[in-house]
Design a protein around this ligand. Structure first.
Ligand SMILES: Cc1cc2nc3c(=O)[nH]c(=O)nc-3n(C[C@H](O)[C@H](O)[C@H](O)COP(=O)(O)O)c2cc1C
Length: 215
């Protein structure tokens, strides 16, 4: 997809390598809903298993949404939840396969793939999901939702914002609080986004040499 108009930072080094979690934001900054949708659109360029795109978003950007968000997160996450411009809950969708045909039919209609290729995809992948057990569907959707979450963190920085990924919330409360089917949607991550009001901790990483084998 083409870059959207509100991208402020196109530097890989800056956007990815200098990202740090920010947990205190300028509370009066509002991100327009158009731009929040742009962030999500950019994030959803993420890869996903079989292009199932097994993710779902709940955006909390006003008093009502922020109160709901506050009611589900653990107290140590109140500072970022209460000061951010928006906190976006990312959930895995264990039933994404129900609309799987749409995306491939559209690609076929647009001439991106042949009907033969589309049918091959349907025959190869759909049975895996239509007959998949819950563990498989949950795991797959959580991986997709994690991938898109990472992209959303980077998209936030590309738009000149900072972010904090957080999973410190009561997972059992997420679906009922946001009116979602808890059999279908699995909470994966919440991402608080805004303009920073603190200098973040400069976190460090283990040496990759200690974590890596060449087989
Ligand atoms: C799965 C996951 C859960 C996290 N949960 C929280 C959280 O509940 N609260 C929080 O402040 N940060 C949370 N974080 C952010 C991490 O603490 C942070 O990414 C890590 O300390 C490295 O710091 P950095 O993001 O600045 O590089 C979480 C990150 C991940 C990936």
């Amino acid at each position: 997809m083409n870059a959207t108009k509100s991208i402020k930072n196109d530097s890989y080094t800056d956007v990815m390598l200098k990202r740090q979690s920010v947990r205190k934001f300028q509370p009066d900054v509002k991100i327009p809903r158009d731009e929040l949708m742009e962030l999500l659109k950019e994030a959803t360029t993420s890869p996903s298993a079989c292009n199932l795109q097994s993710w779902h978003f709940v955006v909390c950007d006003d008093d009502t949404g922020k109160k709901k968000a506050h009611s589900v997160v653990m107290p140590f996450n109140f500072p970022q939840t209460d000061t951010c411009s928006a906190i976006i809950f990312v959930l895995g969708d264990t039933q994404s396969y129900l609309k799987y045909r749409d995306v491939w039919n559209k690609m076929c209609d647009e001439g991106r793939i042949t009907p033969e290729k589309r049918d091959e995809v349907f025959q190869t992948f759909l049975p895996l999901y239509e007959h998949g057990d819950r563990d498989f569907l949950v795991k797959d959707s959580m991986i997709d939702a994690s991938m898109v979450s990472m992209q959303l963190l980077l998209a936030a920085r590309a738009h000149g914002y900072e972010a904090n990924p957080l999973a410190g919330y009561d997972a059992a409360k997420i679906a009922p609080t946001f009116g979602l089917d808890d059999k279908r949607y699995v909470p994966v991550m919440a991402i608080a986004i805004g303009k920073p009001a603190e200098t973040p901790i400069q976190s460090i990483r283990y040496d990759v040499a200690d974590l890596t084998d060449f087989a």
